[in-house]
Design a protein around this ligand. Structure first.
Ligand code: ADP
Ligand code: MG
Length: 252
């Protein structure tokens, strides 16, 4: 069999990455006097790695996750109110398998988005479908289809994905109609899929976000808090860290 026939058969099997490099791969195995098992392992290993890389790149693009926020770049020493062991546990993503929620609460700049996005990246690595949205974008998306009940928005990514990150609850107050749509969203995902929610306002104040509607607020909280991992972060703002250091001349 010539290398050309081998290449075309590999293409039929959709081993596209290694098919393109077959000459180079064969030359190398001859040069390094590799045995058949080593050759197969390298060729198949390369194809598997490349597929995995491209799966992750595609999922990341579809997720809408902002870049540059990974769990391993989070400085836990700076934010001692976040217990690393609890984040490590969430990083196994068993909370997604169990359809549990995560709530990050705290003032601006303490790392709520960073942790949520870091967990989102991790979930994609482990093969879960993830969507990142702000509350504002979510409400807009829900309004676009408001003539259909949210539970029927099955093909939308905020409904079908295993993990939905809803960032920045509390920066904007919702009116009654928006509150109702948000409730429908929470109710539709309840026990069906995980939500990571971040908010700069404490749960006690949420009624002010939700149009002073006590009943809707209770109904929303009831479902979110049923199976939840809560992080109340009360440290300093990382955004202001450099400024603080500048003002104090580096002294804490
Ligand atoms: P929040 O969402 O709580 O307002 P962010 O997560 O957006 O805060 O954090 C603000 C900026 O500071 C981001 O660029 C984030 O990556 C960074 N940041 C926050 N906390 C930490 C931390 N403990 N270690 C490293 N970077 C951090
Ligand atoms: Mg944020």
């Amino acid at each position: 069999m010539t290398l050309e026939t081998l290449r075309s058969k590999m293409e039929k099997l959709k081993l596209t990455y290694t098919a393109e490099r077959i000459v180079e791969l064969v030359e190398r195995s001859v040069k390094e006097e590799e045995g058949p098992v080593e050759v197969l392992e390298r060729v198949i290993g390369l194809e598997v790695d490349k597929r995995e890389e491209s799966r992750i790149a595609t999922s990341l693009r579809l997720s809408g996750l902002p870049g540059g926020m990974q769990l391993d770049t989070f400085d836990f020493a700076f934010q001692p109110s976040v217990e690393k062991a609890r984040i490590d546990l969430l990083a196994t993503c068993s909370f997604i398998r169990r359809k549990e929620n995560v709530l990050f609460l705290g003032p601006p700049g303490v790392g709520k988005t960073h942790l949520a996005v870091g967990l989102g990246n991790r979930a994609i690595e482990l093969g879960y479908s993830v969507t990142y949205t702000t509350v504002e974008e979510l409400i807009q998306a829900l309004k676009k289809r408001q003539e259909i009940p949210v539970s029927k928005h099955r093909r939308q990514r905020y409904m079908k994905n295993a993990l939905v990150i809803v960032d920045e609850l509390g920066y904007q107050c919702l009116d009654r109609r928006e509150t109702h749509l948000f409730f429908q969203f929470i109710a539709a995902r309840y026990v069906k899929g995980s939500i990571i929610l971040t908010s700069n306002r404490s749960v006690r104040d949420w009624v002010h976000i939700f149009a002073e509607d006590e009943m809707a607020t209770t109904a929303i909280l009831d479902r979110i808090l049923h199976r939840v991992h809560i992080f109340a972060i009360d440290g300093r703002s990382y955004r202001l860290k450099d400024l603080e250091e500048l003002l104090t001349g580096g002294k804490p």
